[in-house]
Design a protein around this ligand. Structure first.
Ligand SMILES: [Zn+2]
Length: 436
């Protein structure tokens, strides 16, 4: 709203409503925190209203990033290596997380579903935003990553730094009772979504067709989360794990590499969502496949020492997994599964802020930009459980809106340019306003 409490009248916009093709000449009125009306009929302005001419500009919903690691980024102690656990003091992670949220908001992301993070970082950041100490997207705070003993990166061996004293990125949990307790503690600490790890892969190693967790462990997490109205997401890049997690009621299937038609059906049946997160795989393979192995060992391993043929075999396996996913993803889209954006931003090869690059991976697979923008808006809101209130430009919804100088469906890369995003609005209040 305006300083005098008047309405904001966006006039003559090209509207991307979060779902349908661009519609020209639309007037959208924002009153207080909400969208008061959307339509072609002329709107009469009162003395306190502000009229904004949007001819030639697109109005669209704020975007959602649904796999977001607030604590990923470069720390002073780590140089270029990824931050996964306790490589820096908690205070440093707080600063990093605040900066990552601010970066996302300035890119037009007004909603985030967190993924694993150390030090209960997401909850702290969320509380800081509620108290007005920090400006950022609305956030579903995630837990650490719950992993079963003995799995890759369980913290007992080579990935010790992820686990230290259970403050790091992961928390080791076993048995249904263990999962119940860990989930209750994390929800009690303020988390909104529990992250579990059910299969290896979608990293630097090939996929194994297993589910680490037993069915009673999966059921325990989902039951406790559901009772409190909370959600569960799972690192889930295997055929078996996709089936087990979807059938247990997991809300977000992360990555879903090696999904097949049975998996698609199970995800549809469960009304779960999928975050493919293919930018990570794209960037990892580009780095790995251009590596000069004669000059030195490839620096990203799976923790154990390996000789060159094993390294090459491992990288070939990752390539095969990736090719499979690229081939099946258009089928997943066609099936009607709810797909989401979000990736492992903060790794050295993919800094926070580079969010449009993930969208471009999907359009390069032939998925229309309009569909990808629906993942970024309507689908994100639904995955957050806020489909009634957010994600599309409709009467009565909260006014989380972006103004784009151009047509992002025809020209997705313009979303990268802050100068082409003259306005960002959250709940009726401008976070950026270069429209005057
Ligand atoms: Zn991740």
């Amino acid at each position: 709203m305006t300083a005098n409490g008047g309405r904001i009248i966006f006039q003559g916009a090209d509207l991307f409503d979060g779902e349908n093709a661009l519609r020209s000449g639309v007037n959208v009125v924002v009153e207080g925190q909400r969208i008061d009306s959307v339509g072609e009929a002329p709107v009469e302005a009162g003395p306190d209203d502000r009229v904004v001419d949007l001819s030639g500009k697109t109005l669209m919903p704020g975007m959602f990033s649904c796999h977001f690691h607030t604590g990923f980024g470069t720390t002073a102690t780590q140089g270029g290596a990824p931050v996964l656990g306790l490589e820096a003091p908690a205070a440093y992670f707080g600063i990093l997380g605040a900066r990552n949220l601010s970066t996302a908001l300035q890119c037009g992301i007004t909603g985030i579903i967190g993924s694993s993070n150390p030090y209960n970082l997401d909850v702290c950041l969320k509380e800081a935003m509620v108290l007005g100490q920090l400006e950022g997207p609305r956030l579903l705070a995630c837990t650490q990553e719950f992993v079963t003993s003995g799995e890759q990166a369980d913290g007992t061996n080579r990935s010790w730094f992820m686990d230290l004293n259970n403050h790091g990125l992961i928390r080791r949990v076993d048995g249904a009772d263990g999962y119940r307790q860990a989930t209750r503690e994390a929800l009690g600490a303020g988390c909104d979504i529990v992250k579990i790890s059910s299969a290896p892969g979608h990293g630097s190693s090939p996929i194994s067709d297993i589910c680490y967790m037993t069915r009673d462990e999966l059921d325990a997490v989902v039951e406790v989360a559901r009772k409190q109205g909370k959600r569960v997401r799972s690192h889930c890049p295997s055929r078996t794990a996709i089936l087990e997690c979807a059938r247990a009621g997991v809300d977000i299937i992360d990555h879903a590499d090696r999904i097949d038609s049975e998996g698609i059906d199970a995800v549809l049946e469960a009304d779960a969502s999928i975050t493919p997160s293919l930018l990570w795989s794209t960037r990892f393979l580009a780095f790995a496949e251009s590596w000069d192995h004669s000059a030195g060992a490839f620096p990203i391993g799976d923790g154990f020492p390996e000789n060159l043929p094993d390294t090459l075999e491992r990288l070939r396996g990752v390539r095969e997994d990736f090719e499979y996913t690229c081939k099946i993803l258009p089928e997943v889209v066609k099936s009607g599964v709810r797909l989401l954006l979000g990736d492992d931003f903060g790794f050295p090869m993919m800094p926070h802020g580079d969010y449009v690059s993930e969208m471009e991976v999907y359009t390069e697979l032939g998925i229309p930009a309009q569909t990808v923008l629906q993942w970024a808006t309507k689908n994100g809101a639904e995955a957050m459980g806020r489909g009634d209130d957010l994600g599309t430009v409709d009467e009565g919804k909260l006014a989380d809106l972006l103004v784009i100088d151009g047509d992002p469906i025809a020209n997705l890369p313009i979303l990268r340019d802050p100068a082409k995003m003259p306005a960002i609005m959250q709940e009726g209040r401008f976070v950026r306003d270069n429209l005057r």
